[in-house]
Design a protein around this ligand. Structure first.
Ligand code: ADP
Ligand code: MG
Length: 252
């Protein structure tokens, strides 16, 4: 897949856990270079949706397209080789960083390029240094995760995702565990990536950030998309009463 053909398209996605329906007929499209914020109450299905997009979670009906690649309903959404290509170009970052605790920041970043992409170690290290600089961590490559603040850990996690040269990033509440000033430094990195053309799909509770930075806001409630529009519309004139209730709760 090349950069030009990258996009995300979801059509009629259904997901159940046992008898519980978690995603109901979810459809949306994210164009290359777009930033889309997904908001909604806890338990709405936001994390499950992100996991379906990069093949971490099988689904029951519908189809997901990542550029030319297709994820289908059923136990195995795509052949292993396709999943690898999708995960390379659509990275995922989590609230709890998921760094390897026994590896330094630099070692965390070179892990996948060296072991998955078979990049020579020296080249991977060279590029990892550049990525650390990009997220404002040039001098912390030798630090272990336990020696870093939450914001620094999250910036290393972003650099690690960038090491695979993704066209898009799925971010699942990546600032929720951080103090306000550390949130700001992580959000600044996201804005910088966006300016450079990265496609961003962000599950977030940072409504101010979503309003300022997102091209579109999707509201997910009980597994259903109840709003999908530009931030000014979703925040100022939502179509669904549930959106108003949710926005009021978050504002409290
Ligand atoms: P959100 O991220 O919006 O808080 P989730 O996608 O994590 O929501 O969860 C949506 C629903 O699916 C919740 O009711 C949750 O309990 C359920 N769920 C999530 N993962 C699993 C799982 N592995 N097994 C069973 N139920 C799950
Ligand atoms: Mg979640």
């Amino acid at each position: 897949m090349n950069r030009e053909e990258f996009h995300v398209q979801v059509e009629g996605l259904w997901k159940r856990f046992g008898h519980r329906v978690v995603l109901r007929n979810v459809s949306f499209r994210v164009a290359r270079g777009e930033t889309v914020a997904i908001i909604g109450p806890s338990g709405a299905g936001k994390s499950t949706l992100l996991r379906c997009l990069n093949g971490l979670c099988p689904f029951d009906a519908g189809i997901v397209r990542i550029g030319p690649h297709v994820l289908r309903a059923g136990k195995r959404p795509a052949p292993f080789a396709t999943l690898r290509l999708i995960r390379q170009r659509l990275g995922m970052i989590f609230q709890d960083f998921q760094l390897f605790p026994h590896l330094t920041a630099l070692q965390n970043i070179i892990e996948a390029p060296v072991h998955v992409n078979r990049m020579p170690r020296k080249e991977a290290e060279h590029r990892a240094m550049a990525l650390l600089a990009r997220v404002g961590m040039a001098d912390r490559g030798d630090a272990y995760p336990r020696e870093l603040s939450g914001g620094q850990k999250q910036r290393v996690a972003i650099a690690r995702a960038l090491a695979m040269e993704p066209f898009g990033l799925l971010c699942d509440e990546i600032t929720s565990a951080l103090d306000p000033e550390l949130k700001a430094e992580v959000l600044a990195v996201l804005e910088d990536l966006r300016r450079d053309g990265m496609t961003l799909i962000l599950v977030t509770h940072e409504l101010g950030f979503a309003q300022r930075v997102a091209d579109r806001v999707i509201v997910l409630a009980d597994g259903e998309i109840i709003e999908d529009g530009p931030p000014h519309q979703v925040f100022a004139a939502p179509e669904h009463p549930r959106t108003l209730r949710f926005l009021e709760q978050v504002a409290l």
